[in-house]
Design a protein around this ligand. Structure first.
Ligand SMILES: [Mg+2]
Length: 168
């Protein structure tokens, strides 16, 4: 996979797509403005692009893991294949579905998803960052030793552009 490159770890709901409450149906997804442009500018800057998303809707029985995978495939078509990996956590410690009821290491604010990606891909920590819309996202970044940035809404590409430039 070549020389290590910096990575952008993006939360999904509330960052790439609007968080309407356990989004899982492509027909109902609303893109955050500038989402595709943000991914495109990260690619042009040579970044890995990773999505790290808690999907406790699986543990709650709202939708199966197959729906998560289908949505991610659909999203990556829209994003011109720009996402290198979608990492999701289907667990919840109080899940009604026993198969997913666990106090796992991957559910944010824990850093398991980020650490797994750092093991799988040649990531250069210098310049890498996370963008999320909740404190638990930023806590996961901190626990993984990466800077986290709280996305307040608006255009995602405008929010991310200065982070990339700052990374050089
Ligand atoms: Mg979110």
């Amino acid at each position: 996979m070549g020389e290590p490159r910096p990575a952008a770890f993006l939360d999904r709901d509330g960052v790439l797509i609007e968080d309407d409450g356990y989004p899982h149906d492509p027909a109902l997804v609303r893109w955050v403005p500038g989402a595709a442009a943000a991914v495109a500018l990260l690619r042009r800057a040579g970044y890995w692009v990773f999505v790290v998303t808690n999907q406790s809707g699986v543990a709650r029985g709202l939708y199966p893991e197959a729906a998560v995978a289908a949505l991610h495939g659909w999203m990556n078509q829209h994003l011109a294949g720009g996402v290198d990996a979608f990492e999701y956590c289907p667990h919840h410690p109080d899940a009604p579905l026993a198969a997913y009821r666990q106090d796992c290491a991957c559910r944010k604010p824990r850093p398991g998803m980020i650490l797994a990606l750092l093991q799988r891909f040649p990531v250069r920590r210098q310049g890498s960052f996370l963008v999320g819309d909740r404190a638990s996202d930023l806590a996961a970044a901190t626990a993984a030793g990466l800077p986290g940035h709280l996305f307040p809404g608006g255009r995602l590409d405008a929010f991310i552009a200065p982070l990339v430039e700052a990374a050089g």
